[in-house]
Write a protein that binds this ligand. Structure first.
Ligand SMILES: O=c1ccn([C@@H]2O[C@H](COP(=O)(O)O)[C@@H](O)[C@H]2O)c(=O)[nH]1
Length: 307
């Protein structure tokens, strides 16, 4: 899957993942009216509204970016209909040729991690049959339970040729409270990064590993040191746009080959129509605004990855 991701990045010339983090607030009034007319002001109505919202965005961006990253929390808040919207979104994105990174941040004791890995990346057995309940290509994983919490993900990735992105240094303001703690003279994120690189050795694609890392755009200096520490690790970089990260700070996340990183923007793209610079699209043009925002991000990132 990492090789497919790289191929799509090269085809689109856009190391960009569009974060599908829909809030009901972002959904245009007309879409909400139609969804509520069918299902009432219910969880099912909300699920329908966010699914239709996502479909509109996917229709506008599938040919300009390689991947989408649905954030499962945004769907889980609407219960079962939200989860259905998550899966419908992932399946539709794949139908349109996009790769799907499920931002699920899972990780637990081994047996529980196995269930997460099987459910999201693999196949679950029911009697004599096997089902792939969710259809992501990659998921995000929390490493803080240690290797036995990661091992099941590695095994399923090997069997299914899928990938994971392990949290190494997150983009949020207080990520340093634990992640920057010095242990034997080095920050914890470096210990984790080193281990991610080691896990990745057993799951190599052509030049990068199926085991990637999450490193926030909001910490470019740390991005630089982690880039050196994990040369074959693909980095998923959240924190661009709404959290303050921008193209000129991101050069160090990329390798000399112009590859090695994919940058996420969620609110900055899917809610672009609410920003002054895209206001001319209006609420009805929300998906067109998302396309333009993705193209503008591509131009902004060019300075980071083009050599
Ligand atoms: O360190 C991290 C890890 C994950 N995220 C997720 O990425 C998006 C960011 O959304 P924006 O609207 O572009 O800020 C969101 O789903 C986060 O949960 C992150 O921000 N930082």
């Amino acid at each position: 899957m990492i090789d497919q991701l790289i191929k799509k990045i090269q085809e689109t010339e856009a190391p960009i993942v569009v974060g599908l983090d829909p809030m009901l607030d972002y959904v245009p009034e007309r879409l909400k009216r139609e969804a509520f007319a069918k299902f009432g002001e219910t969880l099912a109505g909300a699920g329908e509204a966010i699914w239709e919202f996502n479909r509109g965005i996917i229709d506008q961006i599938w040919d300009v970016v390689p991947a989408v990253k649905p954030q499962i929390a945004m769907y889980e808040q609407f219960g079962i209909p939200g989860i259905e919207a998550f899966q419908k979104t992932a399946a539709y994105a794949k139908e349109k040729g996009l790769l799907v990174i499920g931002d699920i941040k899972r990780g637990d004791i081994g047996s529980t991690s196995l269930a997460y890995a099987v459910g999201h990346l693999g196949k679950v057995k029911v009697g004599n049959r096997e089902y792939a309940p969710f259809t992501e290509d990659f998921v995000t994983v929390n490493p803080y339970l240690g290797s036995d919490g990661i091992r099941p993900f590695l095994d399923v990735c090997k069997a299914e040729k899928k990938g994971i992105f392990v949290l190494v240094k997150t983009s949020n303001p207080s990520s340093g409270e634990f992640q920057d703690r010095q242990i034997e003279g080095r920050p914890l994120y470096e210990w984790v990064g080193e281990q991610v690189s080691r896990w990745g050795e057993e799951l190599m694609g052509e030049s990068y590993s199926y085991v990637g890392a999450v490193v926030g755009a909001t910490y470019p200096e740390i991005g630089k040191s982690l880039r050196k520490l994990m040369p074959n690790t693909f980095i998923l970089v959240p924190g661009y746009g709404a959290q303050g990260g921008n193209g000129k700070d991101l050069k160090a996340f990329f390798n000399e080959d112009g590859l090695g990183a994919i940058v996420n923007s969620s609110r900055g793209i899917i809610a672009a129509y609410r920003q002054a610079s895209y206001a001319s699209f209006g609420e009805e043009g929300y998906a067109g605004a998302a396309r333009q925002a993705a193209l503008d991000m591509k131009a902004d990132l060019r300075q980071a990855w083009e050599r």
